[in-house]
Design a binder for this molecule. Structure first.
Ligand code: NAP
Length: 267
């Protein structure tokens, strides 16, 4: 197994999967696979040719791999992005475990369920799409993004039961933030090495009533989380989501269950 990305030097997935093999006594290997953008199709054909069990997919290929796969599971089809590919006798099947992994970490580590809550989603990229589909039972959802049209396109595809709003990230967000139970940063702002960047221009509205989550896991404490803490908010970093999606991908690859704490523990 492996993880396809460009670059992949940042990935923590090999360490996590290796920990799972050691815990369960499995004879597998998991390697980083750096694939140049001009070679994506060849790399996916290579998974078949080399009888890989499967591969995870990271930045920037989660959407780009879709046309080269033989089948998508229902969730990946709705989201339009894939983070896990299973090789079933030469047929490549795409799944997306990012959203369920996020929801699992939110419940396990944040003791928080999204149902009937007011949620603000910062960002509308690949990871945001998966997480947005976990927010369908929220009381309300507000998607904030630099490119408003991307937030609007994401909102159009969401079969939300409650109201959904889209805003550009340069407007005053105080009213929206003060109503929010949960604020999730899914943008790459604040990710190492650009640690001085923040997805919010101002933190007014965030309070001790807010849970602020960042899905960035390097650094563990982003500027977004540090500023939210100053306002009294509870905070949660991105390592839990990484472990959550990893546990689900591991199950797809092997049919085996590894405890969440095994993958989470090495991060
Ligand atoms: P992506 O598809 O490239 O989306 C990036 C998002 O960030 C978009 O909303 C983009 O806005 C916004 N953005 C980027 N640069 C910006 C800037 N200078 N100013 C304002 N907004 C900016 O990336 P992704 O795959 O969703 O990943 C996003 C982050 O999530 C990364 O840091 C990644 O490491 C992390 N992630 C973590 C996990 C985990 O398991 N913890 C899983 C997946 C991803 P526009 O739409 O306007 O470009």
């Amino acid at each position: 197994m492996g993880v396809i990305g460009y670059p992949v030097t940042h990935t923590a997935s090999p360490v996590m999967h290796q920990a799972a093999y050691e815990y369960l006594g499995c004879d597998y290997a998991y390697v980083p696979l750096e694939v140049h953008p001009s070679q994506l199709k060849q790399a996916l054909d290579g998974l078949r040719a080399l009888s890989f069990i499967g591969a995870n997919v990271t930045i920037p290929y989660k959407e780009q791999v879709v046309p080269f796969l033989d089948e998508l599971d229902e969730q990946a089809q709705k989201i339009g992005a894939v983070n896990t590919i299973l090789n079933q006798n030469g047929r490549l099947i795409g799944y997306n475990t990012d959203g369920p992994g996020f929801a699992y970490a939110l419940e396990t580590e944040g003791q928080f369920t999204i149902t009937d809550k007011h949620v603000v989603l910062l960002g509308a990229g690949g990871a945001a799409k998966g997480i947005a589909f976990q927010c369908l039972k929220a009381k309300s959802l507000c998607i904030v993004n630099r490119s408003l049209e991307k937030a609007q396109a994401l909102a159009r595809n969401l079969p939300m039961s409650g109201p959904i709003q889209t805003l550009s990230s340069d407007v005053d967000l105080e009213a929206v933030l003060s109503r929010a139970d949960l604020v999730i940063n899914t943008t790459s702002l604040g990710m190492s090495p650009q640690e001085a960047m923040s997805p919010l221009n101002a933190y007014e509205g965030i309070s001790s009533q807010t849970l602020c989550c960042d899905i960035i896991y390097k650094p563990a404490q982003t500027l977004f989380l540090k500023e939210a803490k100053v306002k009294g908010a509870r905070t949660l970093g991105g390592a839990g989501m990484l472990a959550g999606q990893g546990v689900l991908a591991f199950h797809l690859f092997t049919g085996l269950q590894v405890p969440y704490t095994v993958m989470r523990g090495v991060l």
